[in-house]
Design a protein around this ligand. Structure first.
Ligand code: NAP
Length: 274
């Protein structure tokens, strides 16, 4: 067992495109200690980003192909309209022994397989921006060649938060609920802060109170596995303050607007993929 873990951690990783997400993955991996900086290779077309990555001790490659050649695992983190060009460039380095991981939204493993070659083990993963703090929820699906590598890829992304494996048909829904979901939750925090300011707090304190409260609510659900309403029941005294506020929010469409927002994002992502 020990040996297996050692082998898992000894793979070299290339990250192609080290912008918001690729950069966060690089820094998160470094912080996690999953592998040494000397085993991470990054490439990007922005010199400023590469200089920053070099300051973290990572190996910087000018050519994507060079990064792909030096690594066992290649994470592609460019915008969807750049993926095809990037895969064309690195294709000579791909094969059954290299693991290709794409975080690119809207490009499925079938399309990736056509670009990369049918024998390449391909994982499609959908993290969110909390990956920078190793608090991502990362959804993973894979093509048919990946069984021997699945444990490694799950282990890798577990170092950057929590991981779930999903059927690929749910990837668009996962993108909405997890990647867009970060923004929905932040918008709740902003709105609650604005209410907090109106009832007496300065912006900084309103932000701290709201953010820590949301973190507490999240932990109550994650650590107990309770349904949210079970925890809500504990704070809604009959004729009380909390139920009065909650019901007013519902009269104004709180739950309904959230559900409709999720559905609107899903409709948009669904249509944009066609
Ligand atoms: N943001 C999210 O919440 C989220 C969540 C999950 C997945 N994703 C996916 O993550 C991917 C990256 O998103 P991002 O927000 O990190 O984008 P980003 O900040 O624009 O980062 C992409 C980086 O790749 C560089 N690049 C473009 N073409 C390249 C090439 N041919 N070779 C090497 N580097 C190249 C870009 O340079 P230029 O700026 O010069 O083009 C940029 O520095 C997207 O496909 C997105 O769908 C995002």
């Amino acid at each position: 067992m020990e040996l297996k873990i050692e082998k898992m951690e000894s793979k070299k990783i290339a990250i192609i495109g080290v912008g918001n997400m690729g950069g966060a993955i690089a820094v998160g991996l470094l912080k996690s200690g999953f592998l040494p900086a000397s085993d991470i290779f990054v490439s990007d077309r922005k010199e400023s980003i590469l200089n920053e990555m070099q300051s973290h001790g990572l190996n910087v490659c000018i050519q994507n192909r060079e990064a792909a050649k030096k690594a066992d695992v290649i994470i592609v983190a460019v915008k969807p309209y750049h993926i095809e060009g990037v895969i064309q460039e690195i294709k000579p380095e791909l094969g059954p022994k290299k693991i290709l991981i794409s975080i690119v939204a809207g490009v499925d493993t079938g399309a990736l397989g056509k670009m990369a070659g049918a024998d390449v083990p391909i994982f499609r993963v959908m993290p969110n921006t909390a990956i920078a703090l190793q608090e991502s929820l990362t959804c993973i699906s894979a093509n048919g060649n990946t069984a021997p590598h699945k444990g490694y890829v799950i282990e890798l992304f577990n170092k950057l938060g929590k991981t779930i494996e999903i059927p690929e048909e749910l990837m668009a829904a996962a993108t909405v609920l997890s990647s867009c979901g970060i923004a929905y939750a932040l918008r709740y925090i902003r709105a609650a802060m604005q209410g907090g300011i109106e009832i007496g707090f300065g912006a900084d304190m309103a932000q701290f109170i709201t953010a820590q409260t949301v973190k507490g609510a999240t932990e109550l659900i994650l650590q107990t596995g309770h349904h949210p309403e079970q925890e809500i029941d504990k704070v809604t005294t009959p004729r009380g303050v909390t139920i009065t506020g909650l019901n007013e929010m519902e009269h104004k469409g709180f739950s309904s607007s959230l559900i409709q927002g999720v559905l609107a994002s899903y409709k948009k992502i669904d249509n944009s993929g066609k």
